[in-house]
Design a protein around this ligand. Structure first.
Ligand code: SF4
Ligand code: SF4
Length: 370
């Protein structure tokens, strides 16, 4: 993507023009909105559906919405949803087979033609999309559904101006500033949005916002707002001995301790924006004349996920937690050349017993076998 250097500014009401323009171009605009007392991602038609004036307070095993002192439109961090549901849907029918007079007919399931425009993508989430691009597109076999959706994607990133206590993107070098991988990147200030353009189509679309070159005062306000997020990040993960630390300590007693606390509920993998495991199931109808092959998100915390040769390979919770963490932070790097973690903190917030991977890594390091 071409990235232009001029930073633009437009007033807040103009964001509706951007939404309208994207919809006119055929995009389904999905962005942050409030549902069931959480900020989730869903289709939005109007800026009135944004979580204006709300923020999210997060801690291990805790998430609460709270009213802000101001009317910020993007003054929250990240919630339980991630954008992966639009590129790698939780459930997909891959193929159907129907019995006909001439035998079985196989019908490949084409993806619907929806083009998504993502509004409000954070820097760690851009990094997560890059990681999933490696997984689904860079190997010898590409995932056609992911590829088609990814090619049609439009991304409006929004720089964080606030961080949660669970964020550690600075340790993972994924944020909080959006540096690449967007069509447009906004920074919210009181009077409007500053906008970096990251692609030719972004340049084309932003024309509807009557954007002008940002003044130095506006740029200074945006820099201060972004710095506020940097200053709020307190959680750290030391990555200096990763990969190696975890795979070098497979018999560490900490695995048993965390296994005793872990419920194997799969929450951490469901909310993680980079986890990509799935299972394929064939479901036949009651008349036995139709079979659908469905792919669904799965998790290495599910016992059946390691069923092999008539038994479970990882038959206790400690071994399943160890599999998740060693893959995420250690063997992922050998497999894909990056860490599998972008430091978004979701797995910490949404773990019902508050297991925190940054603490687990530190505990293993503290008494690791040299
Ligand atoms: S492992 Fe946890 S902190 Fe890392 S990307 Fe996944 S959900 Fe976010
Ligand atoms: S670490 Fe927490 S979220 Fe993950 S499976 Fe265990 S209990 Fe569930």
């Amino acid at each position: 993507m071409a990235q232009t250097s001029a930073v633009l500014f437009f007033s807040k009401p103009r964001l509706q023009s951007l939404l309208d323009e994207l919809r006119t171009r055929g995009y389904c605009v999905v962005g942050p909105t409030i549902d069931q007392e959480a900020i989730i991602y869903d289709e939005i038609l109007s800026v009135d559906e944004l979580p204006r004036g709300w923020t999210d307070e997060q801690a291990p095993g805790q998430y609460r919405l709270r009213r802000r002192d101001d009317d910020a439109w993007f003054g929250y961090v990240v919630g339980p949803h991630s954008w992966k549901k639009y590129l790698f849907p939780p459930k997909t029918t891959l193929l159907s087979a129907e019995k006909t007079a001439n035998g079985w007919e196989f019908i490949p399931r084409a993806d619907d033609s929806t083009s998504f425009a993502l509004l409000g993508v954070r820097a760690c989430e851009l990094a997560a999309i890059r990681i999933q691009d490696r997984v689904f597109l860079d190997g010898p076999y590409q995932d056609p559904l992911y590829r088609e959706r990814r090619q049609r994607l439009f991304i409006v990133a929004v720089n964080c101006t606030q961080a949660a206590s669970t964020c550690f993107c600075t340790s993972m070098k994924t944020g909080p500033r959006c540096e690449q991988g967007f069509d447009l990147a906004l920074t919210e200030i009181d009077s409007g949005f500053l906008c970096d353009v990251g692609s030719d189509v972004g340049q084309d679309v932003i024309a509807v916002c009557s954007a002008v070159e940002a003044t130095s005062e506006q740029q200074q306000s945006a820099a201060s707002a972004r710095q506020q997020a940097v200053d709020q990040i307190e959680r750290r993960m030391d990555t200096s001995d990763l990969p190696g630390l975890l795979l070098g300590n497979l018999d560490h007693p900490r695995w048993k301790e965390v296994g005793d606390r872990c419920l194997s509920c799969t929450n951490c993998t469901m909310v993680c924006p980079t986890c990509f495991c799935s299972s394929v199931t064939e479901i036949r109808d009651l008349n036995m004349d139709r079979v659908d092959r469905e792919r669904s998100w799965d998790s290495c915390f599910n016992p059946d996920f390691s069923y092999l040769g008539g038994s479970l390979v990882r038959n206790d919770t400690a071994s399943r937690y160890r599999q998740w963490l060693t893959h995420k932070l250690d063997s992922w790097q050998n497999q894909f050349g990056t860490s599998g973690c972008v430091g978004c903190g979701r797995c910490i917030t949404w773990c019902p017993v508050g297991i925190d991977l940054t603490e687990e890594v530190a505990a293993i390091r503290e008494t690791s076998t040299p």
